[in-house]
Design a protein around this ligand. Structure first.
Ligand code: TRH
Length: 384
């Protein structure tokens, strides 16, 4: 049996935010579109799904979208014949009844836990390791996305670079009009901001307001809005609202669908991103980025942040690398970093080399390989 003919089930439990469903959806779409696979995506929160992909109906038990069968994951779990390949996204714990049904299949399904992405070096050593089920005759494999060839690679569509290049060449003006915005003025920096609540945000806004050149900050509706409202200050903010403070123009956007958000990353000169998926998309976008790592207990997210910083800044000259690192670390609340005004001034001084580096970065990133291709290869090897 070849994976190309296999059926696939992907299970996604939305813990919070949009990363779980964002990644599961990107993966499901990619497997269906590029590998012609029959993919069912089981999701326990279709409301979150609807936010990133409005074509999804939040109340449908089963629906088709982009060549994927989307199923509502309800408990108790109705009997379903297991697929030949089962992806458990981020250790979401498969329904017991489904696991039992898997153990009765001959041969048993290829069962894979899709892990979170990290740039840390241990990832390559753990990628692909098996773990036998304690009771059932099943083996789960751990599939680690990552930044090096020895990992599971990164999510990216085969035509991503081409679509981005075509957009930048011919579609940016129309995109800004679609969002109700003008095209950037000479010297204007257009920034997208996707962030968790962040104690560093007011200082960043102060700094932008005091910039010598215009900064337009575009914020899709979400968790940063209350802090923005408090800083302005205004009682509330909603999509379409615009406020000016000094050099800063702040504009609230509606939450965009996943593909349109990509266009925003391609169109802006600097992208503030968070979590996992938007961070990778911003890297593929070939513009400078500032990453806010998903906050974890203690300082675990600082370790992740510094691991990506080390990879991302390798090859930049020392002053530019320092400017990138200081701004990312200040944004993530790391101690012993200069204050925000100093970080921003240094970033501005290094903006040209940082932009050149960002343009060249996707080519280096591609060396990690594409996650969908690597996953299909991995499964084909197990099915042999
Ligand atoms: O939403 P997130 O903070 O998700 C997080 C992280 O993935 C984190 O690692 C995980 O542990 C936690 O969830 C549970 O950030 P992320 O990963 O960037 O996911 C956001 C998704 O939302 C991404 O697919 C892009 C999409 N998006 C839109 O579709 N429209 C938008 O307007 C915006 C801002 C994002």
């Amino acid at each position: 049996m070849r994976a190309m003919r296999a059926t696939w089930d992907i299970f996604c439990n939305v813990v919070d935010n949009y990363g779980d469903i964002g990644i599961a959806w990107r993966l499901a779409r990619g497997l269906a579109r590029e590998h012609g696979l029959a993919v069912r995506l089981w999701v326990d929160d279709l409301h979150a799904f609807h936010r990133i992909w409005p074509a999804i109906a939040a109340d449908a038990e089963r629906q088709a979208s982009e060549g994927v069968t989307v199923c509502a994951w309800r408990m108790p779990f109705a009997a379903a014949e297991p697929a030949q390949v089962v992806i458990e996204a981020f250790g979401c714990a498969l329904p017991e009844s489904y696991l039992a049904a898997m153990s009765l299949q001959a041969p048993p399904p290829v069962w894979i836990n899709l892990e979170y992405l990290s740039a840390e070096s241990w990832v390559a050593e753990h990628h692909g390791l098996p773990s036998p089920h304690p009771r059932l005759p099943l083996t789960k494999y751990f599939f680690f996305p990552g930044y090096t060839a020895g990992t599971g690679g990164l999510l990216a569509e085969a035509d991503l670079a081409g679509r981005r290049a075509a957009f930048v060449r011919t579609e940016t003006g129309a995109f800004w009009r679609r969002l109700g915005l003008d095209t950037p003025q000479p010297g204007e920096l257009r920034v997208s901001l996707f962030a968790y609540e962040n104690p560093a945000l007011p200082a960043l806004l102060d700094t932008w307001a005091a910039d010598t050149r215009p900064v337009t900050c575009l914020v899709p509706e979400g968790r940063a809005i209350p802090q923005l409202a408090a800083w302005l200050p205004v009682s509330a903010l909603q999509a379409g609202d615009e406020h000016r403070r000094g050099a800063l123009r702040l504009r609230i956007l509606p939450f965009l669908d996943q593909d349109t958000y990509d266009c925003l990353l391609w169109a802006c000169g600097l992208n503030f991103v968070r979590g996992e998926d938007s961070c990778v998309r911003a890297q593929w976008a070939a513009h400078p980025l500032v990453w806010q790592a998903y906050p974890q207990a203690g300082t675990a997210h600082w370790v992740k942040l510094n691991a990506l910083l080390a990879r991302y800044t390798a090859g930049l000259d020392a002053a530019a690398a320092r400017a990138v690192a200081d701004l990312w670390q200040r944004w993530n609340g790391q101690p012993d970093t200069p204050d925000m005004a100093q970080c921003w001034a240094a970033w501005r001084r290094q903006q040209d080399p940082i932009e050149r580096h960002a343009r060249a970065w996707p080519e280096r990133l591609a060396a990690a390989g594409r996650l969908t291709d690597k996953l299909v290869d991995f499964v084909e090897n197990k099915l042999r």
